[in-house]
Design a protein around this ligand. Structure first.
Ligand SMILES: [Zn+2]
Length: 101
């Protein structure tokens, strides 16, 4: 039985990486290990943009009436960040799954 295919991370240079992620096209394409993939700036920028748009829509739907009221409950301190965090994590996870080799 052949061993699992491994590769080299183009970003940190780590050898024998089991799971590589593919970013870019053509001559700009790079292979990255999981740690480097999670810090890939275009991926983070895209996920952040998605989180701002989707998080704002979700916040308006779920907390719109509370935000428009005169008093804000302290629970908003954790609900608002979570509302933005969830689409960020989903977008990042989806991008990583799609770029997996
Ligand atoms: Zn790496």
């Amino acid at each position: 039985m052949d061993p699992a295919p491994t590769g080299r991370c183009d970003s940190c240079g780590r050898e024998r990486v089991r799971r590589l992620f593919f970013f870019g096209v053509g001559s700009n394409a790079v292979l990255k290990c999981g740690r480097c993939a999670l810090r890939h700036p275009p991926l983070l920028k895209r996920s952040l943009g998605i989180a701002v748009i989707v998080g704002t829509v979700l916040l308006a739907i779920n907390q719109g009436d509370v935000l428009l009221s005169s008093r804000w409950p302290t629970a908003l301190a954790w609900k608002v960040p979570l509302t933005y965090l969830v689409p960020f994590l989903v977008a990042t996870w989806g991008a990583l799954l799609n770029s997996r080799l």
